[in-house]
Design a protein around this ligand. Structure first.
Ligand SMILES: NC(=O)c1ccc[n+]([C@@H]2O[C@H](COP(=O)([O-])OP(=O)(O)OC[C@H]3O[C@@H](n4cnc5c(N)ncnc54)[C@H](O)[C@@H]3O)[C@@H](O)[C@H]2O)c1
Length: 397
């Protein structure tokens, strides 16, 4: 099989971006089917893609019909969060490899369902955590591997993204986040920072996350935003459950801590706030600075002399994807990481290789959401994190 026939399930904002930025430009894949609950979205992409390929792309309202159609070799699931596990499991049961978009789970049981289905079917499953393919993160992986940080002791990260408009106008935009912010309170989107941090700390490959504590601030940001912008809108007075800022601290078996911050309800600039702190060096994303012990003078930090030095220092560690970009390759999708992630998924599928971010990694990331909800509800109580590998994390490479 030279070219993979791809079905895309979930045609909202993300489905749109993945289709045109990350899948259509690939040489070894071609979209043959699309699916969404909204007929207008199916119609739009079916028509656009049929015109693009010059061959009919088939639209489906029900993902089960798509899976049974014989039209696809693999599917991408880019639906709202609550449908991820059910659709991914149905695809694996049908023997159709699946790339599943990110998001937290709704229960620990959901995560076990995913893992057990993969263990039974062995159908390839990849968790589409695109930040593991970004320029900064891939350079950090190489630096950690080369020992530049010494023993990595503590990592921080966050999903810090002003989503006030997206959430408050969720009804008009038919967007799933609104119902989640109204009903739930937890670390609902841990994966963009946790995916890269897990890789740096060898989670599921010699190390594991053992427990977490999670606390949430009150919910003020959404109402304040809408009272200012659109005071008669229902979300100006709706009761949001989701705390504006959720802080989660995870303890790992290897003695490391991971601090996550979900910060999506207040005005702010976008950041994933990655910090890597080891016995030999410190990296902080917010001023893009690398501080190396014995090389940098600690009081330079105050003088801001080092701020922004990471890009230069990271050059020798840059991977081939980003060397291609610097060499002139045009890529799209969050600056290119979406394209590289999808290329890696398809290339490994065609080569019969295991995906880079597997079902155990997915479960470990997704379970943070229900466990953080549990911890917050108990006033920040410690909650144990399951080992989905059943002890195999000690020997997995
Ligand atoms: N990796 C990234 O950078 C990134 C960025 C944005 C969103 N996402 C993820 O992508 C997913 C979608 O986000 P979005 O912003 O596009 O949401 P959206 O609400 O705009 O779109 C979701 C779509 O899924 C469809 N859908 C829901 N259940 C379905 C089902 N059973 N069958 C078929 N279609 C179904 C909905 O009708 C909707 O059109 C989420 O999981 C989100 O976390 C990832």
């Amino acid at each position: 099989m030279e070219t993979l026939r791809i079905g895309v399930i979930g045609l909202g904002c993300r489905g749109y971006g993945l289709i045109y930025d990350a899948i259509v430009p690939q040489e070894n894949a071609r979209i043959t089917a699309v699916c969404d609950l909204y007929p207008d979205r199916v119609e739009e992409h079916k028509n656009k893609l049929t015109a693009h390929y010059g061959e009919e792309v088939i639209g489906f309202a029900d993902y089960r019909d798509l899976l049974a159609s014989g039209l696809v070799d693999a599917v991408i699931v880019s639906t709202s969060w609550e449908a991820h596990v059910t659709i991914a499991c149905a695809a694996m049961e049908a023997g159709i490899p699946v790339g599943c978009e990110v998001g937290g789970a709704y229960s620990v049981d959901d995560c076990y369902r995913l893992v057990r289905t993969w263990e039974r079917t062995k159908t390839p499953f990849m968790f589409l955590e695109n930040c593991n393919y970004d320029r900064r993160e891939t350079s950090l992986f190489a630096m950690v591997k080369a020992g530049l940080f010494g023993k990595v002791v503590a990592c921080d990260g966050g999903y810090m993204h002003d989503l006030r408009s997206e959430v408050c106008y969720g009804e008009e935009n038919r967007h799933y986040r609104l119902r989640n912010y109204l009903a739930r309170n937890g670390e609902n989107y841990p994966t963009h920072e946790l995916g890269p941090i897990m890789k740096m700390l060898n989670i599921n490959r010699g190390n594991r996350m053992v427990s977490l504590v999670s606390v949430a601030s009150g919910a003020f940001g959404m109402n304040a935003y809408m009272q200012d912008k659109d005071p008669t809108h229902p979300t100006a007075t709706a009761k949001f459950h989701q705390g504006d800022v959720v802080t989660t601290i995870i303890t790992c078996e290897g003695g490391e801590t991971i601090t996550l911050r979900l910060d999506t309800c207040l005005p702010r600039y976008y950041s994933r706030g990655i910090t890597v702190h080891g016995t030999k060096a410190l990296y902080t994303e917010d001023n893009d600075t690398l501080f190396i012990d014995k090389e940098h003078e600690k009081y330079d930090w105050d003088a801001k002399a080092l701020w922004g030095n990471f890009r230069e220092l990271a050059k020798p560690y840059q991977n081939n994807d980003w060397n291609e970009v610097d060499g002139g390759k045009k890529v799209a999708g969050h600056g290119g990481m979406d394209y590289f992630m999808m290329r890696d998924f398809f290339t490994r599928l065609l080569a019969g290789e295991a995906p880079a971010i597997d079902v155990y990694d997915a479960a470990a990331m997704m379970v943070i959401t229900p466990l953080s909800q549990q911890s917050i509800a108990q006033g920040g109580a410690p909650v144990a994190i399951p080992d989905f590998t059943g002890g195999y994390y000690l020997i997995r490479k």
